[in-house]
Write a protein that binds this ligand. Structure first.
Ligand code: NDP
Ligand SMILES: CC(C)CCC[C@@H](C)[C@H]1CC=C2C3=C(CC[C@@]21C)[C@@]1(C)CC[C@H](O)C(C)(C)[C@@H]1CC3
Length: 376
């Protein structure tokens, strides 16, 4: 069970915040999908078209989603895979478990920390596989009168719209995928591939250790990630952006810098946590904490307290730039992600303060900036 006793501090604005997010998140997702396909593509304007309820229902779409989940579940259950030891969970400590929690808050954040049936871990499964892979490599069934149908019924055309499908659709529509589409696909494929390659690192994220498996992660993993994270590719399909080689090279460089920081910081911490005497991290300066675990104060983690977030944000910028600067919509991911990471950093800070107390204060003094050096 997630540690949500009556004494526990409520996050996400408590029940009110959770209730608001329950409504806002699906509404935002639909809004983004609708406006991405309209000519003006105004992030802040009203949606150009509201589909009828019956237009949103296609039995084959449900079947396709269930098949996708089923396929991922089958692959996840394959016996030929490495079994990794997880991190010590937050619920190892003695906690009180109230019988009546707040239903809305609990529904949003989830009461069960790691729901499992036998070895099938629902949260771990959802975090990486169906949504993340679905974002990068979704299936498509191409329709002959595609353009007309898609534009007049934005959410209801029989294509499942995610990156690779969008690239293929652009090729069909315009003869070949645009350079901008190649860049967005390439960058995001790299990101997804990296997450799958370093799959074990997910075990150290706060989603696995701290958050319950509720609406936030279930909706986040299965709907928000594939549909909202592919917004740039969706936008490009309807709003082609000519991109010259010089600008494309600059954008590639920005993505490479972001990835270098993101991967460098994550690998340095993971290596250090696994084996502090590993030669790759053994020379880094650290401070001791009362728990026996040490904190890095040089290398990436001596630059800012969340260098991995900085790299992630730089990549987010590189994913939006190929869409040009005529619309705000392709920058939605960057804006949302900045808010998510600022909030996440504050939550992590709180948890580290509880874990490490004075040592954390010492770390904050030594490394005063949170995400962006000399700015934040
Ligand atoms: N694309 C997306 O939508 C999202 C991507 N992400 C990415 O996921 C990745 C993981 O992020 P997240 O789970 O938030 O947390 P982090 O990987 O940043 O891990 C935070 C933990 O690292 C440890 N730590 C902090 N400072 C130090 C230090 N100086 N030395 C050693 N250990 C330290 C602490 O745990 P302990 O001491 O217990 O080890 C802390 O709780 C990031 O790269 C982030 O950008 C995250 C959210 C969404
Ligand atoms: C719907 C809400 C507004 C927000 C929900 C948040 C979730 C979408 C994200 C919370 C943490 C995530 C992580 C990744 C994807 C997004 C969610 C689920 C991650 C799997 C992306 C790939 C990275 O390499 C990672 C480090 C493995 C990420 C882990 C955290």
């Amino acid at each position: 069970m997630a540690p949500q006793g009556s004494q526990a501090e409520l996050e996400f604005g408590g029940p009110l915040g959770a209730a608001a997010l329950l409504l806002l998140l699906p509404a935002t997702m639909f809004h983004l999908l609708l406006v991405a396909r309209s000519g003006p593509a105004r992030l802040l304007g009203p949606p150009p078209y509201l589909p009828e309820l019956e237009e949103l229902w296609r039995p084959w779409a449900l079947l396709l989603c269930l098949t996708w989940l089923g396929l991922q579940a089958a692959l996840y259950l394959l016996p030929a895979r490495k079994v990794a030891e997880g991190q010590e969970l937050k619920d190892k400590s003695r906690l009180r478990y109230p019988i009546n929690g707040n239903p809305i808050y609990d529904f949003f954040l989830g009461r069960e920390l790691n729901p499992r049936i036998c070895s099938f871990d629902f949260k771990y499964f959802c975090e990486l596989r169906p949504g993340l892979i679905g974002w990068a490599l979704h299936l498509t069934s191409v329709e002959t009168d595609w353009e007309q149908t898609a534009l007049s019924h934005p959410l209801c055309n029989p294509q499942v719209l995610i990156n690779l499908a969008l690239l293929m659709q652009e090729a069909e529509l315009r003869g070949s995928p645009s350079l901008a589409m190649w860049l967005v696909n390439g960058f995001q494929l790299l990101y997804v591939g990296d997450a799958l390659w370093h799959e074990e690192a997910v075990l150290t994220t706060m989603d696995i250790i701290h958050d319950g498996f509720g609406f936030m992660l279930a909706f986040g993993d299965l709907a928000w990630v594939p549909f909202t994270y592919s917004l740039q590719a969706q936008f490009l399909l309807y709003h082609p952006e000519p991109l010259g080689l010089p600008l494309a090279s600059v954008i590639c460089l920005i993505n490479a810098v972001g990835y270098y920081i993101f991967r460098g910081a994550n690998s340095q911490k993971n290596t250090f946590r696994k084996n502090p005497s590993d030669p790759r991290v053994a020379d880094l300066e650290t401070i001791s904490t009362a728990t026996g675990r040490r904190l890095l104060v040089s290398g990436w983690w001596g630059m800012v307290r969340h260098p991995n977030y900085l790299g992630d944000l730089i990549m987010a910028l590189a994913w939006s730039l190929p869409c040009g600067v005529s619309h705000l919509l392709p920058y939605f991911y960057l804006l949302y992600f900045t808010a998510l990471l600022v909030h996440r950093e504050a939550r992590d800070e709180q948890q580290c303060l509880q874990k490490y107390g004075l040592a954390w204060h010492a770390y904050c003094q030594r490394v005063p900036y949170r995400i962006v050096p000399y700015i934040y």
